[in-house]
Write a protein of this length. Sequence first.
Length: 703
Amino acid sequence: MAQSGLSDESNVPPGREVGFSLPSEGTGLIVRDRIERHQVRIRTPATVTPEPADETRFWFPTDAAVRIETDELEVTGLKGIVVRDLFGEMVARVDGETIIELGAGSYSLEFFTSVKVYVQISSSIRITADSTRTCVELPEQVPIHIGARSYHTEPATTITTTDEPRDVMKAVSAFGSALKTTSVERSYPTLRGHPPLLEVGDNLDIPDGFEPPNTGLRIVVPPDLQSIVVVAPLVYYLGATLEPGPQPRIESETGFVHLLDGPQGFESEVERVLKQVFFLDCVTRTEGYYRVNLHEREAVEERANLDFASLYDANAGERLKAYLSVPFHEISELMPEWTLTTHIEAQRDNLSLLPFIVNDLAVVKTPNTTRVSADEVQVSAVDDFLRDEESFTRSAASSPSAPDAYIKPAESESADQAWVGDGAPVGASKPTRQAYENRLARTAKNGCISIAVVCNDPEMGAEEDLLDTIYGSRSELPFEVSYHKELSTDELRTVLKEQNDFLHYIGHIDNEGLQCTDGRLDAESIGEIGAESFLLNGCSSYEQGMGLINGGAIGGIVTLSDVINKGAVEVGGVLAQLLNMGFPLQTALNVSQRNTATSQQYTIVGDGGMSISQTESGTAIICEVERTSDTFELTFKTYPTIESSMGALVKPAVAENGQHYLVSSDEAVFEVDEAQLREFISLEQVPVFYNGQLFWNDEFLEA
């Protein structure tokens, strides 16, 4: 809890997810998510003295609260404000350039920032907002209560099950107990809690209080593990029970039946239903707590005859029946790109990953893979080497370290793919239970975002020089970047054990480990790892990356084969720039792979949703620009982050746009003139693809 006169967070009780502090310079208050390493700066005209406050006084849950007195609050990078009255009714929404004045009364303000912030004020209020800042002005100094909640979520319990399918069905049925609502608002990421953890043991044990919600829905599938893992995310999202039966189907208590073994096959039909229900929930919820002008709603209304006001109040069975009456092909192109498809071998050892796969709301597929030879994986490295005679690979061995088997999952329509099974995936990430558990065990941290850069070969110094201009370049965020050169095995072991948010390693890697001045350091030999995430920018670093995950890291970027030094420098610079901007590991790699062929040799181990900092706007943004005669076509593409995942909203500050879009939407396309384009691109640091080439926004503006 924040203390009166707090100047730093040293007095915040250990484990408290959210902390309040005074800035080291200037006035106001800093709200920091100490788990996810995000912060919000609230400026005030004069110094304030925060005092502990009752965190249960707000409409929505908060982790901590303080009381201050001021006549003005100013926040930069705010995505919007919702204002409610004493009864919780929405009275105003602030986003984009606007001025709103509210008469004397008691109001609750919800700030959409990288930390969930709530403000209670009893006064008349004037709110002014533009593309860079939002200001809440009061006629005089009054008491203001500020509460905050972390986006970090944890499972509430652990369920034990055998690997007998009927027991697993009962365990999966309990996943829906984590939903904070079974209304359409479950499509908001903050209202979908993390499913209970799953342990495989000798008996089924579901703790009391974790029964499936009473939705009246049940899903029937054959009692085999393959069917169960495929349908698990749908069971969770619908809050349904899972029961055995010969024909896959969904049933409601009112008699509605939808078969899941359609012409596209069982797995494809489950995918279609999950996407359709989720998408139409996002559209229907505009009748509820957050009434916004949603682009996707207008588009659906042109194609489907749905009464959203009635659907908002309908029971689960009636709503599902109405949703599935709309042919999938009529609305599928309006749906945002799905974040993740997970390919999983349905076997005992992988069941414990189901809660994490379900928490990601992944589409689940069972194996349809191709075995890839090491020679095929190496081919791009060989091509690069032949094109550049002066370059060299980052391997110090004649036979570099390589996985025993490479697996290439079948392509999907999701932005990302993951592989849960034996072998190293090509074109997909490699999540592990250890990585997810490491994230759950992440502890609250005070202070700066810490990055360690290690360059263990002077011939690769060009990359280190490049990183020196990138990491920590954001003035509004506290970074601490340390640089280490030509370390011994003991020195590198010490750096790896230190508590750092990110490790960027540059150097040779082979089958014995990371090259040091006095030999090799094998990641598996280190023990407990302090680095939470990493980039191992050397040859065939997959096995060493898995070693770091096993030692305590959460996620990292590794290579599957030899990489040429020149290409590795380019990839390292692009990834550093994106990670510094707040992009998650997987999204940063995806963008890099669009920019350079060398990036195809890199993949993710562990949790690809991990990020080392926060984005300026709360979501990862990429702009694609094409010239069309005298104007430009601007595509505003967003990708999920921890605070803005699937189901979140974004309002592009482009020209006169007045609409919101769902995160990952492909629909946000605008025609702008040069002045409008320049104004938008200058708002924040974003990567821009122009004529297929990647620019940073300042480079693009200069060009």
